[in-house]
Write a protein that binds this ligand. Structure first.
Ligand code: SP5
Ligand code: ZN
Length: 376
């Protein structure tokens, strides 16, 4: 058990146990299963699988100092504070509308085949949309890797509740809480899903901290391997929310169209987006150098609300879709560096696809975060 020193009677330092870190989790994600994605002309089982979350939960249960809890229900208002109602309706109804229209028999996941991109319209003003949420899916989705099944909408809603419950625990005094979100969120933008993400859990938490929890300045640190295009978009013009991301350089890495170093925000948000694109085979040395810069940006912003950490373990050396070279022990060091900021933190799960290592990586990161915070 980790120990925290606190001032005791004069002349002594009493060591008291650090309270267990809440791990907010839900079984609702199990219904978002049987997924396939299209990669290089092939249909493959989706990397983003239920086993990921099950493995993290199992490993945290076997480790010391983590305490699982169910989410509370926050309803749709916090989702609608961030996302276009049309996107929310597509997520909620695409599956049932496809079945009702006889366009799907329910045996296969729903993946759009026709995308509404900006060049479709060119100079035209196009305001119409087809009947049925499943026919609108391609107007609200940017890739072919984010399938919808019967349990997807409930899983996406539960992931938001998981994230908000973790944030709420931190507001109630837990120095650190972890939301085991599945599906992940950081690729979901105001009116767009994709990248295995439907609702942007971290962005919803940041906005909730601003609107409902009294924070004036909120910082989001994104350490998933991929650029969080959705989170960046949502706070692009915001002077009250800082977004800092370390990720594979979009010159070679998904999502390809954002995450370059010269993207800095606009309007009130100028200078409050910081991207740190990194080369293939980045190991702890290169990562720690970039993380140092990210943490300096956060400290300079001086957030008064909890730090929101979008954490992905697709930076792991053996991750099947990332190309960094981090090892399990490195996550303890990285968690330690972040924890030394010494502020309250809510860590939310994003990616990570090496299922056999994801549990150990989560334990290492969260233990490093917790122990550094407790020692700070
Ligand atoms: C939350 C999150 O981590 N989303 C990532 C979505 C990535 N989807 C695209 C995967 C492209 C797979 N390319 C395979 C390369 C194998 N070497
Ligand atoms: Zn990722």
């Amino acid at each position: 058990m980790s120990l925290r020193r606190t001032a005791g009677t004069i002349g002594t330092l009493a060591a008291v146990p650090t309270p267990p870190t809440p791990v907010i989790r839900s079984d609702a994600h199990l219904g978002h299963a049987g997924l396939v994605e299209l990669v290089a002309g092939r249909e493959i089982p989706c990397y983003e699988s239920p086993e990921r979350a099950e493995e993290i939960e199992r490993a945290l249960g076997a480790a010391q100092g983590f305490s699982p809890a169910e989410p509370e229900l926050f309803g749709t208002a916090p989702i609608l504070a961030v996302h276009d109602p049309e996107l929310v309706a597509v997520v909620e109804h695409a599956w049932t509308d496809a079945l009702a229209a006889g366009d799907a028999d329910g045996s296969r996941p729903l993946i759009p085949d026709t995308f509404k991109l900006a060049p479709y319209a060119g100079p035209m003003e196009l305001t119409g949309l087809p009947n049925g949420a499943h026919r609108r899916l391609g107007a609200f989705c940017f890739d072919t890797a984010t399938p919808i099944v019967a349990g997807t909408a409930a899983a996406a809603r539960a992931a938001v509740d998981v994230a908000l419950t973790a944030a709420s625990r931190v507001m109630d005094g837990a120095g650190l809480a972890y939301g085991l979100c599945r599906p992940p969120g950081h690729h979901a933008a105001r009116a767009m899903l994709g990248g295995y993400c439907f609702f942007n859990n971290a962005a919803i938490v940041a906005e909730w901290l601003r609107r409902d929890a009294g924070a004036a300045r909120v910082a989001i640190l994104d350490v998933d391997y991929h650029h969080g295009n959705g989170t960046q978009q949502l706070f692009w013009e915001r002077g009250d929310v800082l977004y800092v991301s370390l990720h594979g350089d979009p010159a070679r890495a998904y999502p390809y169209y954002s995450g370059f170093a010269d993207e800095r925000g606009a309007g009130d948000g100028v200078g409050l987006t910081h991207n740190l694109p990194l080369p293939a085979q980045t190991g702890l040395d290169g990562y720690a150098t970039a993380l140092d810069e990210a943490l300096s940006r956060i400290a300079a912003f001086d957030p008064d609300g909890p730090l929101v950490v979008s954490v992905g373990f697709d930076t792991f050396g053996r991750d099947p879709i990332g190309d960094f070279a981090l090892r399990t022990a490195d996550y303890a060091a990285i968690g330690g560096m972040v924890g030394e900021l010494g502020v309250p933190m809510v860590a939310l799960q994003e990616g990570g696809y090496a299922v056999d290592a994801i549990g150990a990586n989560a334990v290492a990161f969260l233990s490093g975060l917790r122990d550094a915070r407790a020692g700070a």
